[in-house]
Design a protein around this ligand. Structure first.
Ligand code: GLN
Ligand code: ZN
Length: 762
């Protein structure tokens, strides 16, 4: 059998974030459009040359993007909302206007790409949308690659996933659904496929990850009929339909029954999907996603070879691939000189994953049974079992024993009623108590101090003195505003996860391990590689310093275990729940130290609780069980008199509402300003009876809300929550705001709380 190798997609920001820099210079007017295009073309060429040079048989094409692949398709299909068209811009500037807004025109909504940390721009569609082929990006990139003698398989988002990720525009009629436009859109795909065939594309990849989530029967039928229609086209390339991030479930046999030429399945997220004997697959190409495209561990090549051997009988042709696009991992582990050697040799970034795929293809073709790196003649790690564990430099017997010995009581605080009384005695807070979510505006002085410390221009003592001065300023400001529960403002935190990763054993951080989060924004997720423990307190000095400056309570501020996992690359050799418990124990010890130092209120942020929620309903309960349990382990040691807050960054509670109740926090602050407190009714409906702070001030906007507006929102909230359990706060941290807006907004917030207390005495 013919065996090929490929990957489903590749990073595009550049190994040194060249694209980010070029795009931002273009925005700033320092680079013109043609110079920007040159940077982009160079990056594409280097990527293709690199992948081809590594021996990959078929390269994905059209994986480049100036900002986002959904946005590319919006422009390609001419689905640009009218408000951008009337700006009179070039295509490139209109593209960036949709991404970032322009003058008074708001950008498209940005939202998470399935359960990853990538964010895409949401198409806005309505009855007036007329799709047409308005660009040639996939064709131009195909031609560009061909000119370099590189054979690419253009990647497109499939028509169903495109529509299922879209939303009705503000002008859409009440009954409009994006899927209403399917027939129209499929005609445009047909036209594009014909052009690609004429231009010499042998294959085209159509990504349909929307089908690894639960889909209605109508949506499944639509998948079936669209791919019957497209595969019946007289003039088309071979079609590869890719479903990744999970199990295609009922969509898989439907696709296999059509005449598409290949199907890509994610065998990392769904290792036990049944492929052998699947009707229709036997005559198709199977693209087996066996190398994890979104985590950074070396593949267990021996185990994968065994899997692949069983797949040979399931299909007509086998292609070895990554499970999804490599967009979600950094470029190259080889450049990470600062990483511990024992850790580094267990890692595989995009380049190394390509090597793994190539090596697997070679081993299967040679059928020698022995996997030897032909270039160096050495056996490749991954043969046999225990290929990773014995080299684990951080296996920590003490922490493992501690996790083993955990009892249900460790996750159970005193009953809420008892806690509420003890806390009221300790804190004596008014009803409608006011507070903030933690961070205060990160001024340029604060950022400069951090850069100066990194560059060695100032020493640790000088840095600490600057942070103390900032904390003092923030405390004085909060006192003058009249807030009830104060925060230290988080000036010392570069990032709410990285700060903790840098202070915990079992985590590594990279120098150049950038991953695109959205547009030009990139993050360097920490790597959780081993057993986690806390060598020393992480936040106590700052919290106690802040508390020493004031008579009012100061909240200690921690990031919760689920969020720390969600925003890191996490070991995959044990259940996530076990890893979360190790992180939780470190946080539990931190809380004990904070309490010991006299801190009476501690907030444990879990903004990512909803992000990790499995795409399929059937897996959600198990997820909520371990995630909630880890939060409870982190907070479960706090005495009754200590008030535990949590903060969640979203208002669509839906699927996680029971989980939020399960966290058992004394106070939960949530995003609600934009949904006008609707979430409170949902909470009331499930009998939620602890403290709740629906954010009344939308910190995502520079607008300063008036006292009347804030008081109005509080009035609404008081309809579902009694005054002694209602908290008054912004809906997220203030770090991205300036003082010019934040200070007056907080003053109005305190004034509104005072007003509401008069109207609704408790
Ligand atoms: N305490 C954090 C802050 O205020 C919470 C951030 C978040 O919710 N993402 O910045
Ligand atoms: Zn938030």
């Amino acid at each position: 059998m013919n065996i090929n190798t490929t990957v489903l997609g590749y990073p595009r920001i550049g190994p040194r974030r060249e694209l980010k820099q070029a795009v931002e210079r273009y925005w700033a007017g320092d680079l013109d459009a043609s110079a920007l295009a040159d940077v982009a073309q160079t990056l594409r060429r280097e990527t293709w040359n690199d992948l081809a040079g590594r021996g990959l048989d078929v390269l994905p094409g059209n994986t480049f993007s100036y900002y986002d692949q959904m946005l590319d398709h919006i422009q390609l299909f001419d689905a640009v909302p009218g408000r951008y068209r009337s700006l009179g811009l070039t295509d490139l500037d209109m593209y960036f206007a949709m991404a970032r807004g322009r003058d008074e025109v708001a950008p498209l909504e940005l939202t998470k790409w399935f359960d990853t940390n990538y964010h895409y721009l949401v198409p806005e569609l309505d009855e007036s949308t007329v799709f047409r082929l308005a660009g040639d990006k996939p064709l131009a990139e195909l031609a560009e690659a061909s000119a370099l003698d590189v054979n690419t398989r253009p990647v497109l988002i499939g028509p169903l996933t495109f529509l299922l990720l879209s939303k009705p525009s503000a002008e859409a009629g009440a009954s409009f659904q994006p899927l209403d436009l399917l027939d129209q859109l499929v005609e445009v795909y047909a036209e594009l496929l014909a052009h690609l065939a004429d231009a010499g594309a042998e294959w085209v990849q159509l990504d349909e990850p929307a089908y690894v989530a639960d889909r209605s029967q109508a949506e499944l039928d639509a998948l079936s009929s669209v791919y019957r229609r497209l595969s019946a086209l007289p003039n088309r390339p071979k079609l590869l339909v890719a479903g990744y991030f999970g199990d295609l479930g009922p969509a898989l046999p439907l696709l296999a029954a059509t005449d598409v030429d290949g199907i890509a399945v994610d065998l990392v997220a769904a290792p036990s999907v049944q492929l052998t004997g699947l009707p229709g697959l036997a005559s198709k190409q199977l693209v087996a996603g066996v190398v994890d495209g979104r985590n950074i561990w070396r593949a267990d090549l021996g185990a994968i070879l065994t899997t692949c051997a069983t797949l040979l009988g399931a299909c007509a042709e086998l292609t070895i691939s990554t499970s999804c696009s490599l967009l979600h991992v950094p470029y190259d582990v080889e450049v990470e000189a600062g990483l511990d050697r024992d850790v580094r040799k267990r890692l595989s970034f995009a380049r190394q994953k390509v090597d793994e795929v190539v090596l697997l293809g070679r081993a299967l073709r040679d059928d020698s049974g022995v996997l030897v790196d032909l270039a160096s003649g050495t056996a490749v790690p991954g043969i046999g079992e225990s290929w990773r564990r014995p080299t684990d430099p951080s296996r920590n017997a003490a922490i493992r024993a501690r996790v083993e010995g955990l009892m249900p009581a460790d996750r159970q605080r005193a009953p809420y009623d008892e806690r509420a009384i003890a806390q009221q005695e300790a804190l004596a807070l008014p009803s409608l108590a006011t507070t903030t979510i933690g961070s205060f505006p990160q001024t340029s002085d604060v950022r400069r101090a951090r850069a100066d410390l990194r560059a060695g221009r100032i020493d640790q003592a000088a840095y600490d003195a600057l942070m103390r001065a900032e904390i003092e300023r923030v405390i004085r400001l909060q006192e003058s505003i009249g807030l009830d529960v104060l925060v230290h403002g988080e000036p010392e935190r570069n990032d709410m996860v990285q700060y903790f990763a840098e202070r915990l054993d079992g985590f590594a951080t990279t120098d150049l391990g950038w991953v695109q989060s959205y547009g030009t924004r990139c993050v360097r997720p920490p790597i959780l590689f081993g057993d986690v423990s806390r060598p020393e307190p992480m936040t106590v000095t700052w919290a106690t310093y802040a508390a020493s400056l004031t008579d009012r309570p100061v909240k200690g501020m921690l990031t919760g275990p689920v969020t720390i996992l969600a925003w890191s690359f996490v070991r995959d050799d044990q259940p996530l729940g076990d890893t979360a418990d190790q992180v939780a124990l470190a946080l539990r010890d931190e809380i004990a130290d904070l309490v010991e130092a006299g801190i009476a209120v501690v907030q444990v942020d879990e903004p990512a609780l909803r992000e990790l929620l499995p795409l399929r309903e059937a897996e959600r309960k198990a997820y909520l069980d371990w995630s909630v349990a880890s939060f409870r382990l982190a907070t479960g040691g706090a005495p009754a008199r200590v008030q535990i807050h949590t903060h969640l960054c979203y208002s669509e509670f839906g699927a996680v509402i029971a989980g939020i109740d399960g966290l058992d926090a004394d106070v939960t602050t949530i995003e609600a300003a934009r949904s006008r407190m609707e979430v409170l009714a949902d909470l009331a409906a499930i009998g939620f009876r602890r403290g709740v702070g629906p954010g009344v001030y939308d910190i995502h906007s520079p607008r300063v809300p008036s006292v009347e507006e804030l008081a109005g929102l509080l009035g609404d909230a008081l309809g579902s929550v009694p005054a002694d359990r209602l908290w008054v706060n912004p809906d997220c941290g203030l770090k991205t705001r300036g003082y010019a807006e934040a200070e007056p907004a907080l003053r109005n917030l305190v004034a509104a709380a005072r007003l509401a207390r008069l109207v609704h005495p408790s």
